[in-house]
Each structure stands twice: as C-alpha cells, then as structure tokens.
Design a protein around this ligand. Structure first.
Ligand SMILES: Cc1cc2nc3c(=O)[nH]c(=O)nc-3n(C[C@H](O)[C@H](O)[C@H](O)COP(=O)(O)OP(=O)(O)OC[C@H]3O[C@@H](n4cnc5c(N)ncnc54)[C@H](O)[C@@H]3O)c2cc1C
Length: 462
C-alpha cells in the first residue's frame, strides 16, 4: 500500500505535522507562516515562557503571565491539537495520539524538547521532591510555597537553580543550594569572575553547599532530610514546633532538582530514527536519518558552532534559531544551521551575569588558550551611578579566534554577551577586536579612552 493509500484511512492528513509546542515549534510555524497545511500537536494547556517561571514563584509576576498565547500558532493558520503523540509509524507517515486519533503527514517536524533529569537517588520518590519545567510543577511548587514551608533545597547551581533559589529566599524561606561543582554557574563563569555574585547569594542568606552532591533523601511520606555526599544533613524537621511523629503528613520543606535535562526521544526508540545521548541525530538542514522527518530544539542532537562537536546546548536561545532556520528552509529559502554558541544570561542578587561559547576551563580541555580581562565601570567612573563591570575573553591561542566570553556587571549584560557571540559566530579574531570601533557616553559606557571588549582583547594579546 502506498503512503497516500495508508493515509486515506486516517481522519486528517497534513502537509506538515509538528510534534511539540515549545519555542522551537512556535518559531518554526511563525517563520514558515501560513504557506502549508500544518498542524501542531502539544499536550499542555499552555505553551510556557519557561525563563519567567522562577519570577512567578518569586511573586514578581502572576503565573498567568508565563503562558504563551495559542494565537502565536493559530494566527499562522496552523491547526493546534491538544494531545500527546504516543506512537509513530515513520514508514506509513502516521502518528497516533493518546486521544486515539491518527494523523498522517508529508513531513514531520519533531520538536518534543527535553525534560529535567531526576537522579535515581534513594528517597527521590518522596513527596515534596520536584523538578521544575511544566505548568503543573510550577503550580505544585507555588502551592507549597503559599502553604508556608520553611526550608527549600535547590540541587544544581546553574542559572535555573540559582534563579529559583533566589525566588524561595525572597519568599522568606530558608534556602540552600547544593552542587557538586565548587562554585555556582560553573558552565557560565570561570572561578575568578564568580566571587561577586556568589558572595551576594551568601549575603542574602542563601546557604551554599558547594563541592558536594546529594546522596539520598529521607522521610516517611514527605521528604524530611537531605543527605549530602560529605555526610552532612539538611533537616527540614528541626525548626518546627512538632516532632515528625507528632505531625505526620506535614510538609516542612521542598527539594527541587535542577541538574540538567534529557531529550524527549523515547517515542522513537525502536524506529529507524538515529538517536544519540543528546537526542535525534540531524544534519545542518535538520534532516534526520529518515526522509521527510526533521528535528529541532532540545530534542535534537546538534553541534557546537565553535568546534563542530556534538555537545549539550539545551537553551531556548539555541532552539529558537533552529526553528526559524527550518521555517526558512520549508519556504524554499537557502538556509542551514551552523551550530549553537550557548549565549546565556542570568541575575544573581544585584549582579547581572552572562556568558557565551566555552569557559576557559572548557576551552583548555580542547586547545591551547589565552584569556584577557577588563575591569571597568558601566558609565564614566565619575558618574554617580557607575557600577563595576568585568569582562573576560577566551581565545584559541592556535587560531587567534574568540571562543568564549563572560560578563559580570551591575547593569544588564545580554547585549554584551550578544556582541561576543557575534564575534565568535562570524569568526572575528581577537586581534581584530583590538580595533573594534565603539560608542561612548557618560551614562552608558566607560570613557572614550577605553572599552571593555577592546581592553580585554588587548590583555589577551599582551
Ligand atoms: C525554568 C526554566 C528556565 C529557563 N530559562 C531559560 C533562559 O533564561 N534562557 C534560555 O535560553 N533557556 C531557558 N530555559 C531552557 C528553555 O526553556 C528550553 O531550552 C526550551 O524550552 C527548548 O525548547 P523546545 O521547543 O526545543 O522544547 P520544549 O520547550 O521542551 O518543548 C517541547 C514540547 O514538546 C511537547 N512534547 C513532548 N513530547 C510530546 C509528545 N509525545 N507529543 C506531543 N508533544 C510532545 C512538550 O509537551 C512541549 O510542548 C529554561 C528552562 C526552564 C525549565
């Protein structure tokens, strides 16, 4: 039977069927526009603005503000289906959903994303232990915060963990961060740049347990103790008025794991789709090993734009360009994906932090490295609002090319991180950055005599 004959038997067949409703899928359909007979299948009531979720827990914005509007998809003319795909037949080009419907397609775009890893620790199944990605998890965490828990342990000191810990702390909850790494934000900042933000967390009362993992969780029904690999224990029961036995069923604390993600690819196990540890294997046009099947975003295994290695890079800022480029490809434009750079930013207390490409530590594992630093002010230093800003460049000493950068500042840094990503992405050498032509104004930069990127470039070449 031909594909067309098989598909005739199904209720609906689409030219383009998209699995997933995250940033990759939305960027794809928006870029492609209404030129195709397209459907998007996603299980959630709402597509989420994940990046804003910690700030909803903090109470800075109502939870509803973290929901994206369905019109982002439906205004393109695409059909939005609320369901979960449970089976795929890549030969017949049909998928089946939990709701029992079968959908045929000409081309399938897989954008099923990734989910947080929950390590298989003793006690990980106790009540009060969470990961943090879905609307349901956000609501559950919000409700225990509102119920007045006294302690929170966030496992993982990456940006999501640090943002969530600050949210708990701002709610008056005694907050602990645990990470096996020796410092916070280890994939963004090298050791010499981390002191200001890390000290600020401690100043705000957040207790840091760095250099130790969690080895187990203990409790009866709710989690009561978090046991660390050095043998120390964070107890939830100590500071409350009742003994554990006297108050069965009382939740005193919360543990949230934010220790990385795993691609959602189980659906394709046993199919002819090539998978590796990072997800669905794709080429630079997002084509998978199966003709007519494409993968974008966190579910795809994609390459670093710097070295061409397959590396983890599960960020919205990587997923969105993938969706946009595939959208252009589907409208017949010549486009291909050069890889990801991992430009990212976060906020720690009053410090804005960002990084792109490789840290010095990561780069040194690959090639000889030189680094340059700048330590200036966000405005002319004579201005009353001047704040410290530090920038670091990481250079491949063999090629002279920029491979990474980091910024810690009293003012937002995303634009600086983007300038560095642009230099990395378009192969601008550090030597060229020395002559970078910049702007200067008392409110907005250091004196005309110097510039952060130029200063750090000169330092790297000294
Ligand atoms: C709390 C938090 C904060 C973050 N902050 C940032 C940030 O500041 N900056 C940044 O760049 N990134 C951030 N990220 C990461 C970013 O959200 C992800 O990289 C991004 O969402 C990946 O997009 P995606 O579309 O590939 O996958 P996802 O957003 O994971 O979307 C996948 C979609 O596929 C659906 N799906 C899965 N399986 C099926 C199935 N079988 N059938 C149908 N649909 C299915 C899912 O339900 C979902 O709709 C954050 C993540 C979290 C959790």
């Amino acid at each position: 039977m031909s594909i067309a004959q098989v598909q005739e038997e199904f209720v609906v067949a689409f030219d383009v069927l998209v699995l997933g409703g995250g940033p990759a899928a939305i960027s794809f359909v928006k870029t492609m526009g209404s030129t195709k007979n397209t459907a998007v299948i996603r299980p959630e009531d709402h597509s989420m603005i994940y990046c804003a979720m910690p700030y909803a827990i903090e109470g800075l914005l109502p939870m509803g503000k973290t929901f994206k509007k369905d019109e982002l998809v439906t205004d393109t003319g695409a059909v939005l289906v609320r369901d979960t795909v449970t089976k795929v037949d890549l030969n017949a080009r049909v998928v089946e959903t939990a709701g029992g419907t079968q959908y045929g397609y000409e081309r399938l775009v897989i954008a099923t994303g990734a989910r947080p890893v929950m390590p298989p620790l003793p006690g990980a199944d106790l009540a009060g232990v969470y990961t943090f990605k879905t609307e349901d998890e956000m609501r559950a965490i919000q409700s225990v915060v509102d119920a007045g828990i006294e302690k929170a342990v966030v496992v993982g000191a990456g940006p999501i963990g640090v943002e969530l810990a600050q949210a708990f702390n701002a709610k008056g909850i005694e907050t602990h961060i645990v990470d096996i790494a020796a410092r916070i934000l280890p994939n963004i900042l090298d050791a010499e740049l981390v002191d200001d933000p890390q000290e600020q967390l401690a100043e705000h009362g957040i207790r840091l347990h760095l250099g130790h993992g969690v080895s187990s969780l203990r409790g009866e029904s709710f989690v009561e103790d978090v046991v660390l690999s050095d043998g120390s224990v964070i107890r939830f029961g100590d500071d409350v008025d009742c003994e554990v036995e006297a108050c069965p069923g009382k939740q005193r604390g919360i543990v949230v794991f934010s220790v990385g993600v795993r691609p959602n690819t189980e659906l394709f196990a046993g199919t002819s789709l090539s998978l590796d540890k990072q997800g669905i294997v794709i080429n630079d046009r997002f084509e998978t090993s199966v003709p007519g099947v494409y993968a974008i975003g966190d579910c795809a295994s994609f390459k670093s734009g710097i070295t061409g290695e397959t590396l983890p890079g599960k960020l919205a800022t990587n997923a969105v360009p993938m969706g946009k480029i595939l959208g252009r490809i589907f409208t017949g434009k010549p486009a291909s994906y050069a890889g990801f750079y991992n430009g990212s930013a976060t906020k720690v207390g009053a410090w804005f932090v960002g990084g792109t490409g490789f840290t010095e530590e990561q780069a040194k594992a690959r090639f000889p490295v030189k680094v340059g630093h700048a330590d200036l002010t966000t405005t002319f230093p004579i201005m009353p609002m001047a704040r410290r800003i530090r920038l670091k460049l990481v250079m491949n000493a063999e090629t002279g090319l920029l491979v990474g950068g980091q910024v810690v500042s009293g003012e937002p840094v995303a634009d600086k991180v983007d300038q560095l990503t642009m230099a990395i992405q378009y192969g601008i050498s550090v030597e060229k950055l020395v002559d970078f032509s910049y702007a200067s104004q008392p409110y907005q930069s250091y004196y005309p005599a110097d510039n952060l990127i130029v200063h750090a470039a000169r330092d790297a070449l000294r």
